[in-house]
Write a new protein. Structure first.
Length: 144
C-alpha cells in the first residue's frame, strides 16, 4: 500500500512539473500582430525560441512582386523574401512567461534587443529595444 501511495505521489509530482514546463513553452504557435500586418510562427530552435514571418497583410510590393528584405545591411541578403524571414532569434527564458533575445526589423534592416512576454493565454507583448531602454512594443494575438 505504501508503495502504491509513493507511486501516485511521484506521478502527481511529475505531472505537475510537466504542466509547469508546458505552461512556460505555450508561447509556441502562430501569432498575428494586433494590427493584422504580420503573422509570426514561434517555435523551438534548439535551446531557445525563434519566430518566423509566415504571413503579411500586404505580401506584395507596388510592382506585384513578393516583398523582399531590401533594407538588410548585407547586400547579398536583400533579395530574400520577407515571408520566411526569422525575425525573433535566441529567445531564452528570462522569468515566468518571459523571454529575451533579438528581433530583426525588415523595415529598417536592423536587429534589436528584444523582450517577449505572455499576457494571458492568447496575448503576447514583444518589445524591440535600443540600448535596452528605448523600446517599441507590439502586441500579438494567438491564432493557432
Amino acid at each position: 500500500m505504501k508503495k502504491a501511495v509513493a507511486v501516485v505521489m511521484l506521478v502527481t509530482l511529475l505531472g505537475a512539473t510537466g504542466a509547469a514546463a508546458r505552461a512556460e513553452t505555450e508561447v509556441t504557435g502562430t501569432w498575428v500582430m494586433d494590427n493584422g500586418k504580420v503573422t509570426v510562427r514561434v517555435s523551438s530552435c534548439g535551446a531557445s525560441l525563434c519566430g518566423t514571418i509566415v504571413g503579411l497583410k500586404k505580401p506584395l510590393d507596388k510592382h506585384g512582386n513578393a516583398k523582399l528584405d531590401r533594407e538588410n545591411p548585407n547586400p547579398a541578403l536583400r533579395s530574400r523574401p520577407v515571408i520566411g524571414l526569422t525575425i525573433l532569434s535566441n529567445m531564452r527564458p528570462a522569468g515566468s512567461n518571459r523571454w529575451k533575445g533579438k528581433i530583426y526589423n525588415p523595415d529598417d534592416g536592423k536587429t534589436y534587443t528584444s523582450r517577449m512576454k505572455l499576457q494571458g493565454d492568447n496575448v503576447m507583448k514583444v518589445e524591440g529595444c535600443v540600448a535596452g531602454v528605448l523600446c517599441k512594443a507590439m502586441k500579438f494575438v494567438r491564432i493557432k
